[in-house]
Design a protein around this ligand. Sequence first.
Ligand code: ADP
Ligand code: MG
Length: 353
Amino acid sequence: MPKTTAKLEDFEVLVTIGSGTYGTCKKIRRKADSKVFVWKEVDYHGMTEKEKQLLVQEVNLLRELRHPNIVRYHDRIIDRTHSTLFIIMEYCEGGSLADLIARKRKEKTYIEDAFVWQVFHQILLALEDCHRKREGVHKILHRDLKPANVFLDKDLNVKLGDFGLARILHHNFSLAKTFVGSPYYMSPEQFTEELYDEKSDLWSLGCLVYELCALSPPFTAPNQRVLATRVRDGQFRRIPHTFSSELQSVIADLLQTKPSRRPSIRELLESVSQHTTLSPTVQRQTILANLTGKCERKLIQREDIVREKEKALAERERRLIAREKALAEKERLFHKDTHVYRRSPLEPMETNS
Ligand code: ADP
Ligand code: MG
């Protein structure tokens, strides 16, 4: 989508998916090519001019996130008459991990150990990508990692959504001063010092992986005060015994109350990748996405195209050889027949030549 040319009338609303922390999410269709997206309608009523500018700047930053495991942000439209910002992004048809957890709870079955590892691995890849510094762009933290923000595509690959929106929308802006989301995944440092960094995203990831196994969060309480105490204590039950002790131990590493004790994403990736084998497509897409240089990325993409062309050429050659073989065989049979035919006493050719 071009940078700022999109208009509201370019889209038609198909259905309202639901309302969340930051506004309403709707499934939409681009009229020009019938492509389906979603947009998030964010009401920016009451913001100062400066805050609005910041909001738009931050949403623009989200476009820098291009990774196979991150929901793609496409564009934004500002509707000044209704003080609404429309954030347009990729539509994820496979539902969220929250849906999956709810289904499993109802069925009274656990998610497979191998699938938990795969989801874990892919979220780490997504976080690694957004935590890295880009040229001219500050680090993007997720800040609202929870099952409802992790989607699955049709091949059950992870698409992490709602990146950084928490920062934009909770950052001293009048519309979102209070924490309206469920605070089950809030880290001890958020409760005590209102501090947030990469390690806080990892705490939330620990809660998420725990919930995928246990089908309920590691820390629950009837109110926020009790929850804060339990989170700071950092005591939680073991995940069900159907899950490996390695999984339990890595969750325990993430749920260290001291942020500095939590491992780095690099370290986590090293241990988690021993338990998963990503499909070759995901691996390749990840390699591509991790390349910082545009040039390098272009080269690899070109290499892919050349490889595809080579494959097509080889296939053509194979078909040609097969055709030649078939022709030669036909010819051989023809000559055999001719040979018999030539022997016929009625054949004049032999005598003529
Ligand atoms: P929440 O605060 O729960 O994250 P959201 O506004 O992000 O609320 O989402 C509202 C609803 O829209 C949820 O049911 C969520 O699963 C769905 N949703 C959000 N983003 C997408 C997307 N990119 N594709 C499909 N469904 C989405
Ligand atoms: Mg969301």
